[in-house]
Design a protein around this ligand. Structure first.
Ligand SMILES: [Zn+2]
Length: 482
């Protein structure tokens, strides 16, 4: 599958006319969408045949070695096969570009499980055979920073995998993908394709994986021009299964999902503040986020919201509040287009100079859910002289309690040197998680649950302490429970 980002930047750069004392007003800045360009298959017929032969051989070998039990009559249910890396806070991170094509005709004869057209086929007879789940927004950034993980949708045994194939090939050259193939207890199999090179689980064929276990990072290996997971399923008789239940899906009468997501899974994936519009370069360039958390009064900030499955008529109500929780400005918007698999909209606002400084918030309410993004308005040069809480926001670690690992998130108003240490209940240093310079904005530091000597720490109470030069430290409780 090819995907590309179509940018329709409508930078309405009209200067504000009239009195400058008018109430601050957000100005529409631009819009973009992630459009599916379905001109090549995720897999060619030759590649699919080669994979099927490899899986069959793998199954035979493992059965002969008693590493794979014979199929049992046992229903398989799938959990969602992707997740955001622990500790990241965005409310969403994916979209669906293509479902399985149930119309055997071609080309331009497509029908997804709901009798819609969210799938594709090609003139050579290819009908899309999987579910494509793409990372959104900033798919390349997410891939380069290992932010979206592919996990086992159901427990099973790895029967084959391939790694080391190039993952930034933006022209269709028929290159192979990186993938993990898992057989479940009932003999059905799931293919997890397009994984990032070098990111695959170290487990080999014959080893089992549990539900939700890490398999790799969402990547763009093989025939792909944007990071996404191609999830393809077969039953024990090797019939292609579309795991969604719907009137135009004859491959299964009931859903294979533990909790099936709606056909239009409309939601906001991210809400952000920027100092310039985000930049989406051509494949395979990593996006430039231009994300910023701290602003000076009088500066222009960009407020952006990133949607999946946005439909016309769905109203978004946006608002900006100052540090005293007083409304600065609000506006609303609804998409004029029937459907976007992924879209983003942004507005610019010159931050007024006569408001309460400190942590402001950008807020959007969409389909009954309110999403918030805090940002700082004040004098960044004064950061070093401020108490720690004014210059640094230490969100702490997630998950908490910690079982095997955690990710700590903090935000800085300006570039500075930061040390993150883990202390035990008596205040003794257990390990140093990070020590170095960080720019303004949000940062994540992961911890593998081990002390400085590499040993897993004992269950109990710990403290994560974030220290910045010349200022008081901020401490957060960490509970380790194994
Ligand atoms: Zn696909």
């Amino acid at each position: 599958m090819r995907t590309c980002l179509i940018l329709v930047g409508l930078a309405l750069g009209t200067p504000l006319s009239g009195a400058r004392a008018a109430a601050p007003e957000a100005r529409f800045g631009g819009f973009g969408e992630y459009r599916v360009d379905a001109s090549v298959p995720c897999l060619t017929d030759e590649q699919r045949a080669e994979i099927q032969a490899r899986i069959s051989a793998g199954i035979r070998t493992l059965r002969a070695e008693n590493l794979l039990p014979p199929p049992a009559a046992q229903a398989v249910s799938f959990d969602w096969p992707v997740r955001l890396k622990a500790g990241l806070g965005d409310p969403g991170f994916h979209g669906i570009s293509n479902f399985v094509d149930h119309d055997p005709g071609y080309p331009n004869a497509v029908q997804d499980y709901m009798c819609g057209t969210r799938t594709y086929d090609l003139s050579n007879g290819y009908n899309h055979q999987g579910t494509d789940v793409f990372s959104w927004p900033f798919g390349w950034y997410k891939m380069d920073h290992d932010q979206v993980e592919v996990v086992a949708a159901a427990p099973g045994t790895i029967v084959s995998k391939s790694d080391g194939n190039y993952d930034r090939d933006c022209s269709f050259t028929g290159s192979d993908w990186n993938a993990v193939y898992v057989v479940h207890a009932d003999g059905s199999e799931a293919w997890y394709g397009h994984l990032k090179s070098g990111s695959l689980t170290p487990k080999a064929a014959g080893q089992t994986v549990s539900r939700g276990e890490y398999l790799g990072i969402v990547g763009s290996s093989g025939n792909s021009t944007g990071p996404h997971l191609h999830f393809e399923v077969y039953d024990a008789a090797n019939h292609l299964i579309d795991p969604y239940a719907g009137p135009c899906n004859s491959s299964t009468p009931t859903t294979w999902w533990t909790s099936e997501r709606p056909y239009y899974d409309s939601a906001i994936n991210a809400i952000m503040t920027h100092d310039a519009p985000p930049v989406f370069p051509a494949c395979p360039g990593e996006e430039t986020l231009n994300q910023r958390t701290a602003f000076t009064p009088g500066e222009t900030a960009y407020f952006a919201v990133y949607y999946r499955d946005q439909l016309s008529g769905q109203v978004s109500n946006y608002a900006v509040y100052d540090a005293a929780n007083a409304l600065v400005t609000r506006w609303s918007h609804s998409s004029p287009s029937p459907f976007y698999a992924a879209s983003y909209w942004y507005w610019s606002l010159t931050l007024p100079t006569n408001r309460s400084n400190g942590w402001w918030r950008f807020q959007v309410t969409y389909l009954g859910t309110t999403y918030q993004r805090p940002f700082y308005v004040g004098d960044p040069t004064a950061v070093a002289g401020l108490p720690a809480a004014a210059g640094i926001r230490f969100i702490g670690g997630t998950p908490n309690p910690v079982a095997s690992g955690a990710s700590f998130e903090f935000e800085l108003l300006a570039r500075e040197r930061v040390r993150l240490v883990l202390l035990d209940g008596e205040g003794r240093r257990v390990t140093t998680l990070s020590n170095g310079w960080f720019g303004s904005g949000a940062h994540h530091v992961s911890w593998d649950g081990r002390d400085a000597g590499g040993r897993a720490v004992a269950p109990g109470l710990y403290f994560a302490r974030l220290e910045a030069d010349r200022r008081a430290a901020i401490t957060r409780k960490v509970v380790v429970a194994r």
